[in-house]
Design a protein around this ligand. Structure first.
Ligand code: GDP
Length: 405
């Protein structure tokens, strides 16, 4: 799946993990950092060692209160994970994180299916036009059932679920998945090592073929080019399926569904492959506009414009998380803070990698970094080149998020 696209921005994925509290967002994030080699020690939510939860208050409460952006690498791509709070009390923060990410993984609990907060966050993501894939988590739990969870996605959220895997085993015996595109099985022998790839087990072959057929039909029904191939050849190649699934994800006409058990570290590698294959790069999403209507392209050579979306007090200093939309922000440069209406000096620029920071000389359009040294910037402030000031257009007025839990 490695791409040789000459534009380095094509390998960036700014994504969030959206979920109902307890669906497993923190665990999924943690396992992604583990699988991508960002952390070498597995943190557990219950012992307070997860690496995305910086704040002691978060560890105490066991819920993710403050969003943080963490960078990791997978298959030649840079993934910037923007943590989005799942708790309804933090709807503003969810809203701000949705504004800066390009795509998302929605995590569902395989026993509970779609829960009220997953529904509110899903609607918020709809309003922001965020392309999504779904991960049905906790397949190891008693009572977990992928098909029931998928049906609740169809009925409560209304996208066409495009299920690309068949689980191998269930509940405690959930040991792997069949990749319906490649018709290969991935199985896990324990909870710490990567999966082993092999042929589809004989007993599952017929069911896998039936589900592959259902997937092909669902894709052909929604994608004109796929339909043409399907009519000609009565089947779709894995290449056509991948391209069509990406188009359907970007247009919101369908949602790719994967499954696994984050806790048992199962299903994380295919999830990362799906993030790379289906979610957009910063080049695939519409360019931002200023309030004056001026369009700022995702181009490192354009005047700098970015959005501060999170400010955290940390031992490293005041960290302002910035999504760079256009241009380049350089260490030591002066920027205009359109919110506070004053100039500010950029101190250090950091790429946050779980519990470590990499220092950068500059960050370019499409990237998400933490800036040290900004005194006035607040979450929601536009930062821009002093000689090309603008205020980024605010997102559409969001409906209040009402908890029906
Ligand atoms: P969050 O609130 O969405 O961030 O959810 P957490 O990641 O904190 O997980 C909530 C609880 O579910 C924790 O006790 C996790 O250990 C547990 N959990 C997460 N993923 C799984 C899973 O795949 N299987 C099982 N059985 N439990 C899980």
């Amino acid at each position: 799946m490695r791409t040789n696209n000459p534009n380095p921005l094509a390998v960036v994925r700014n994504l969030g993990i959206l979920a109902h509290v307890d669906a497993g967002k923190t665990t999924v994030t943690e396992r992604i950092l583990f699988a991508t080699g960002t952390t070498h020690k597995r943190g557990e939510v219950h012992d307070g060692t997860t690496v995305t939860d910086f704040d002691p208050q978060e560890r105490d409460r066991g819920i993710t209160i403050f969003a943080a952006a963490v960078s990791c690498a997978w298959d030649g791509h840079r993934l910037n994970l923007i943590d989005t709070p799942g708790h309804v009390d933090f709807a503003d923060e969810v809203e701000r994180s949705l504004r800066v990410l390009d795509g998302a993984v929605a995590v569902f609990d395989a026993v509970a299916g779609v829960e009220p907060q997953s529904e509110s966050v899903w609607r918020q993501a709809d309003r922001h036009g965020v392309p999504r894939i779904a991960f049905v988590n906790k397949l190891d739990r008693a009572g977990a059932d992928l098909d029931t969870a998928v049906e609740s996605i169809r009925q409560r959220l209304h996208p066409a679920p495009l299920v690309v895997q068949l689980p191998i085993g269930s509940e405690d015996g959930f040991t792997g998945v069949v990749d319906l595109l490649r018709m290969r099985a991935l199985t896990w022998v324990d909870d710490t090592t990567a999966g082993d790839e092999g042929p589809v087990p004989d007993g599952l072959r017929e069911e896998a073929l039936r589900r592959r057929r259902l997937l092909e039909e669902a894709v052909a029904e929604r994608h004109p080019a796929a339909l043409e191939e399907f009519c000609d050849r009565e089947t779709l190649s894995a290449g056509t399926l991948t391209a069509a699934l990406r188009d359907l994800t970007l247009s919101g006409d369908g949602v790719v569904v994967l499954c696994g058990s984050a806790y048992r570290n199962r299903g994380i590698e295919p999830l990362l492959d799906a993030v790379v294959a289906y979610l957009p790069s910063p080049l695939d999403v519409p360019a931002v506009r200023g309030e004056n209507g001026e369009v700022r392209p995702c181009d490192p050579a354009a005047p700098f414009a970015g959005l501060a979306f999170k400010v955290n007090a940390t031992p490293t200093g005041r960290l302002t998380y910035v999504r760079v939309y256009s241009g380049t922000i350089e260490k030591g440069a002066t920027v205009w803070d359109a919110g506070a209406r004053r100039t500010e000096r950029v101190g250090r620029i950091l790429r946050v990698q779980a519990d470590r920071h990499a220092q950068l000389e500059r960050a370019v359009a499409g990237d998400i970094v933490a800036v040290v040294g900004l005194k006035s910037a607040r979450a929601g402030s536009t930062l821009c080149a002093p000689d090309a000031p603008l205020v980024l257009e605010p997102p559409g007025v969001a409906e209040p998020v009402v908890s029906v839990a």
